[in-house]
Ligand binder design. Structure first.
Ligand SMILES: Nc1ncnc2c1ncn2[C@@H]1O[C@H](COP(=O)(O)OP(=O)(O)OP(=O)(O)O)[C@@H](O)[C@H]1O
Ligand SMILES: [Mg+2]
Length: 377
């Protein structure tokens, strides 16, 4: 019988599951927030993922539920589990990707390396942390942040006054997360796939470059990481996947510090921007691997297909005209550049696609991917 996979959320991650689902013979169905989204081609339902009835009705028609994003509320996830629906990743794991304070507490229990942090519920506590950490710190809203929204570098507690006010107005009360401002040489990401039956597949650690809090480029594998860095990143990825009981794709965002430590920044339990390179640069791309994992099929090899893969995001897209008007310019004379578009309307800063180039010469590969993306300026 054809296995039906239900994806909650109609963004580009759901969209990029469509091709491998076809190849694997899976019936992919998407619950999209609205018509015309990235994954519209596979949308079988439209509705609010925060509404239990909507999500339950969608889930009853599939064999396993998975996600395009981590914003489905815990009570809705619990309702699915109570109704006997297979959910991967399940709510017990997903809570740590939904709430950065819960994540910090759990990683501390597991003894995993992370920045100094504290939960603060008022300005005095925040100021004390800042004073103890050289006069600067990073404040984060525990929930709902993405692309750097909900992350603020502050030198005084007054700079987070609006967030404390919002907390006070929130019926649940709550706390902010504050972290030391990590002195890092670069950011890395470690991806691991895990099946419900426990099998793991570990990807090479990659280097990620963020601009204005948004992922801009990824180099796979991370240069100069062979040896201790890759081993430590892989160890952390496996311990998080197993310790938190993650099923499907896990991405662990990491800092490599100036004193050569690897610290966990945050987690994503779904395909992740840092893994797009694997679509064209590895034996098994992350979207196929996610589908294999959530349907409990044997996992595929994570071996790279070439020495280097470089992924560059198309951020914003053309100010005038359609994306499609630029395809020919982007690809001409760049036979190693692979274009992926998300079917989204260009808007400043928005992720509307990416290009991955693979090859043996890192400079060439970086140039080719960047040049193709520049055609969309
Ligand atoms: N403690 C820290 N010290 C230094 N820089 C930090 C720290 N925390 C976050 N950053 C910077 O801010 C970026 C965004 O932070 P984080 O990943 O927590 O936010 P997000 O909005 O949830 O992320 P995403 O863009 O992955 O959705 C990080 O990639 C890093 O560049
Ligand atoms: Mg992040």
């Amino acid at each position: 019988m054809t296995v039906r996979v239900g994806v909650i959320g109609g963004g580009q991650l759901a969209r990029m599951m469509i091709a491998p689902a076809v190849e694997l013979g899976l019936d992919l169905r998407v619950l999209a927030e609205e018509p015309g989204m990235s994954a519209a081609l596979a949308a079988t339902a439209t509705g609010d993922y925060r509404d239990a009835d909507t999500v339950l009705a969608f889930a009853r028609e599939v064999d396993v539920v998975t996600f395009d994003h981590e914003h489905v509320p815990q009570p809705v996830l619990r309702a699915l589990v109570d109704a006997g629906v297979a959910v991967h990743p399940g709510p017990d794991a997903l809570q740590y990707a939904q709430d950065k304070l819960r994540m910090r507490r759990r990683l501390a229990e597991l003894g995993l390396p992370q920045p100094d942090w504290a939960a603060v519920s008022d300005a005095d506590a925040l100021q004390a942390f800042i004073d103890d950490h050289g006069g600067r710190a990073v404040v984060k809203t525990p929930r709902g942040g993405y692309d750097g929204k909900g992350v603020r570098v502050v030198g005084a507690a007054t700079e987070a006054a609006d967030w404390f006010t919002a907390l006070a107005e929130d019926a649940n009360g709550g706390e902010l997360l504050v972290e030391e401002l990590v002195d890092f040489t670069r950011e890395l990401a470690q991806q691991v796939a895990r099946r419900p039956s426990g099998e793991l597949a570990v990807y090479p650690v990659v280097e990620t470059v963020q601009r204005d809090g948004v992922c801009a480029e990824v180099v796979a594998p991370a240069p100069h990481a062979a040896g201790p860095v890759a081993a430590e990143a892989g160890r952390i990825g496996i311990e998080v996947a197993e310790g938190l009981g993650v099923t499907g794709m896990l991405a662990v965002e990491l800092f490599e510090t100036t004193d050569a430590r690897i610290l966990v920044n945050e987690l994503a339990m779904r395909p992740h921007n840092s893994g797009h390179w694997s679509q064209d640069g590895a034996v098994t791309g992350q979207f196929e691997q996610h589908l294999r994992a959530v349907t409990d099929l044997p996992l595929g090899s994570t071996e790279p297909l070439a020495r280097w893969a470089v992924m560059v995001n198309i951020l914003g897209g053309p100010a005038e005209g359609a994306m499609g008007d630029r395809f020919a310019t982007a690809l001409a004379g760049r036979p190693n550049a692979k274009l992926h578009t998300y079917g989204k309307t260009p808007r400043p800063g928005r992720k509307v696609g990416h290009v991955t180039a693979v090859g043996d010469d890192l400079d060439e590969v970086v140039y080719e991917a960047r040049a193709a993306v520049a055609a969309f300026d």
